[in-house]
Design a protein around this ligand. Structure first.
Ligand code: MN3
Length: 232
């Protein structure tokens, strides 16, 4: 008992010194960051309504972030980016998997949408889409099928596999293709949240209408940048 209190004291002292050092340096940001939304809540109207955006970002995403911070506090995961342990998610607590995926997936989701989005991708990304799926329209058809076909809550993805090839997949809950638990593994470059909280206020049970509206706000330059980074 005495020994464990001693260990706790040393641990608390080390943690105290570490946090003091961080606050004094000021230039080393925490590994986990809740980033600002890159546009106003109403910026994606009429495709995604302002109230949905506000609740989705400030309550749902914030809750995943807060619960992830709690879940990794005091563990070796605290000092690592999520990407460092997605590959062994099957061995980690459910709170880390659900909230880690929730935080990472939403961080990507906000960035792959833009009020100036829509249209079609260009350059290498368009060529890769045409090579993998035959045409951009066929890619959209398959992506829509993945999004509307997912039973219950989850995500639809466009991702890059180990050999640099594009694939479409869907994962349940807050899983993603970076996790070892995913059926298909790769680096997501486009993700669509198909939880009801992402669309129910505006679209109710009509998920297909929400998925169709998504094409008007896809930030293709951002997806192309992620494709280029994933290929390296
Ligand atoms: Mn969501």
């Amino acid at each position: 008992m005495k020994q464990s209190i001693g260990k706790w004291l040393i641990g608390a002292l080390v943690a105290g010194v570490a946090s003091l050092a961080w606050s004094q340096e000021g230039d080393r940001a925490p590994v986990l960051q809740f980033e600002p939304l890159p546009y106003a809540y109403d910026a994606l109207e009429p495709y995604i309504d302002a109230q949905t955006m506000e609740i989705h970002y400030s309550r749902h995403h914030q809750a995943y972030f807060n619960n992830l911070v709690k879940a990794v506090a005091g563990t070796d995961l605290e000092s690592q980016p999520l990407e460092a342990y997605f590959g062994r998610m099957s061995q980690l607590p459910a709170a880390v998997r659900n909230n880690g995926g929730g935080h990472w997936n939403h961080t990507l989701f906000w960035k792959v949408m833009s009020p100036n989005g829509g249209g079609i991708p260009e350059g290498d990304l368009l060529a890769a889409i045409e090579k993998a799926f035959g045409s951009f329209d066929e890619f959209k058809t398959q992506f829509v099928a993945a999004a509307t076909g997912r039973f219950g809550s989850g995500w639809a993805w466009l991702a890059v596999d180990e050999s640099g090839e594009l694939f479409i997949s869907s994962t349940p809950n807050q899983d993603n293709p970076l996790m070892d638990v995913a059926e298909k593994h790769g680096a997501p470059i486009l993700g669509l949240d198909i939880w009801e909280h992402a669309y129910y206020l505006k679209y109710q049970n009509k998920r297909a209408d929400y998925v169709a509206a998504f094409w008007n706000i896809v930030n293709w330059p951002e997806v192309a940048a992620r494709y280029a980074a994933a290929k390296k």
